[in-house]
Write a protein that binds this ligand. Structure first.
Ligand code: PML
Length: 264
């Protein structure tokens, strides 16, 4: 069976600069291509952050032998009252995972201010040295976009059935888990911090192999269009090799979490 990576990204030009609005990723069988492409166009055109003036839809054949097998990170939720408590919780989780306090604080401040030049959002993620707050991604406008990934359909169905009672079995959550599972499976990555740039969505997460995918219920104020992702990487990482795997190596979440939850 032929598999294809389908990717969408949309943007709008503001004062001569393209500003990212939305993106989406799937790996699908040829028979699903048209349906998924139509869903992505609809998603781009109806995004809550605005109507794009540029939508890029790309379809690329994936070689099944190259697909990396991923175990889904286990999911937990850390309930917090407000943004300040959320940032404290994220800082704590990042430090426990092995990130320095300086890098954790820098990342939180960066996502608060807007990680791209001019306080804008980035299409991809920031790569941050986990020891010292030094940005390592070659292009701070674009960042690193984790690409070519999806869930194996039967595994996603079991995952949804397993957490149905929590009310969070929805695309935003499972797509974020796929990204976090691929990112933290890279030996160079210690942890990820993310919150959405969708103005209506305030829950974000800290992901690591140590704690899994920890949702933090309040990481930004409602109505804010600023968010993004930071990947904390080990000192001495071969940046080009890491970026190449994150952006180009196809990966499928084809296993449910097997590790026990670690107490937060
Ligand atoms: C995004 O939508 O851009 C980020 C997703 C964060 C998902 C947090 C959650 O688990 O609810």
């Amino acid at each position: 069976m032929s598999l294809f990576s389908v990717r969408m990204r949309s943007s709008r030009e503001e004062q001569g600069t393209p500003v990212h609005i939305s993106g989406a990723e799937r790996i699908v069988a040829e028979t699903d291509l048209e349906r998924v492409a139509a869903t992505f166009v609809q998603r781009a055109m109806q995004h809550k952050n605005g109507t794009p003036d540029f939508v890029n839809l790309s379809i690329e054949r994936v070689c099944p032998e190259e697909i990396m097998s991923l175990e889904a990170l286990p999911i937990q939720t850390c309930d917090v009252e407000d943004v300040e408590e959320g940032h404290r919780a994220a800082h704590h989780l990042l430090c426990e995972a092995g990130v320095s306090s300086e890098s954790a604080n820098f990342a939180i401040a960066l996502l608060k201010a807007g990680p791209a030049p001019g306080g804008r959002v980035m299409r991809g993620a920031v790569l941050l040295d986990a020891e010292q707050p030094i940005r390592m991604e070659p292009d701070p406008h674009r960042g690193v976009r984790v690409s070519k990934l999806d869930w194996e359909p039967s595994v996603l169905e079991s995952w949804c059935n397993g957490i149905g009672h929590l009310g969070i079995a929805r695309p935003r959550v499972w797509e974020a888990i796929a990204i976090a599972s691929k990112v933290t499976a890279q030996p160079e990555v210690i942890a990820e911090l993310c919150w959405s740039d969708d103005q209506s969505y305030i829950t974000g997460y800290v992901a690591s192999q140590q704690f899994g995918y920890v949702r933090v219920t309040h990481l930004k104020p409602l109505g804010s269009l600023i968010g993004g992702r930071v990947f904390f990487i080990r000192a001495g990482t071969d940046i080009q090799s890491l970026i190449s795997r994150l952006e180009k190596q196809p990966a499928l979440v084809d296993r449910l979490p097997t590790r026990p939850y670690i107490e937060l």
